[in-house]
Design a protein around this ligand. Structure first.
Ligand SMILES: [Zn+2]
Length: 349
């Protein structure tokens, strides 16, 4: 088809389809421009807003210390190296970021796109090309180690809080003694909430500030609850929870007003505004989204929660703005994870 034919075809499209085509082209073209260099300058500017900041000792008095050469795709590029005047160590803009020492820097933005879409590793490897899904496994978890560190703001006003459960899984680990590995999530053979279930707490205020975090195996323990949410709550908050006892005694201890909703669903709203429907809807969306992974290893569950939290705020949209935001943000929180550490990590209670 010739360009003139394509233009004629485009002119025949209705307004809405033309709009969709336009935003598709804008995205596609801008991605191809930026895929050569994943935003290193922007990352450096954000990281060094208070002076060149050392990833080893966090002092802000590093100086530029020569250049080094690196390859991006087939191109050779000169990059800045720094030296810290405090600890004398050298570093680059990518030290302790997911991008550190990667040999395929030109593929990362495309991978971020796949993460916003929620594609599996195999599907992502197919779409990106020339990179294995095993490599992408490490990319994924390095990015998520960073995103997991984004602090949660303090809650204001009404806070809905409820727990949900994921079946404990050691997916990926071979030869588990005593039972078959539960690859696909599976069902527990024990009744009710047992030690086989991993408890995830979700708390969300009406500004949509959201805490979602793993509390551990089995039922909620008050001490654990306080450890995770205590610093985000104040006496001005009003808690809405289900009728689970741990929540009740916790609310009393924190001296916060508390509304409880029994699981029989007879009373769903009190006084017109108190309910736990936002948090329950969040559970459903989270579970529906998680289904695509066919069960995840419990030791990585915290990562998946951070992933969902991030892209849910971005509205699951693969816009250039969101791509950049996710790439840059994941380089602002220093990570210590190496491939080996990721492989050998364990589920910690
Ligand atoms: Zn230093």
């Amino acid at each position: 088809m010739k360009l003139a034919d394509i233009i004629r075809e485009v002119q025949n499209l209705d307004d809405m389809t033309q709009q969709r085509l336009l935003s598709y082209l804008q995205n596609a073209l801008e991605v191809s421009i930026h895929s050569k260099e994943p935003l290193i300058e922007e990352i450096a500017e954000r990281k060094n807003e208070k002076g060149f900041s050392c990833p080893h000792c966090q002092a802000n008095n590093a100086v530029r210390f020569g250049k080094y050469q690196t390859k991006v795709g087939s191109k050779s590029i000169n990059r800045q190296r720094y030296k810290c005047k405090n600890c004398s160590k050298t570093f680059t803009d990518l030290t302790n970021t997911p991008l550190n020492k990667t040999r395929k820097l030109d593929k990362w933005l495309k991978f971020i796109e796949c993460m916003i879409e929620g594609h599996s590793l195999r599907k992502s490897a197919e779409l990106i090309g020339d990179v294995s899904w095993v490599t992408l496994f490490y990319w994924r978890h390095k990015i998520l180690s960073a995103l997991e560190q984004i602090p949660t703001d303090k809650f204001s006003g009404i806070v809905e809080m409820d727990e949900t459960y994921f079946l404990y899984s050691e997916k990926g680990k071979r030869n588990i003694i005593g039972r078959e590995p539960r690859e696909r999530g599976g069902t527990s053979d024990k009744r009710g909430i047992s030690y086989d279930q991993v408890c995830v707490l979700v708390a969300r205020d009406r500004q949509k500030i959201t805490l979602s975090t793993v509390l551990g195996k089995g039922r909620i323990v008050k001490k654990k609850l306080d450890m995770k949410i205590g610093s985000l709550l104040s006496a001005e908050n009003i808690l809405c929870t289900d009728s689970w006892r741990a929540f009740s005694s916790y609310a009393k201890e924190k001296k916060v007003e508390h509304y409880r909703f029994k699981s029989d669903g007879k009373i769903r709203v009190m006084k017109g505004i108190y309910h736990i429907q936002n948090v329950n809807n969040y559970h459903s969306r989270l579970k529906r989204w998680m289904n695509r992974f066919n069960g995840v290893a419990s030791k990585y569950l915290e990562h998946y929660l951070a992933w969902f939290r991030f892209i849910e705020i971005e509205g699951f949209t693969n816009s250039i703005k969101n791509l950049k935001h996710m790439m840059v943000t994941s380089c602002l929180y220093p990570i210590q994870e190496t491939n080996r550490l990721l492989r050998t990590s364990k589920f910690i209670l």
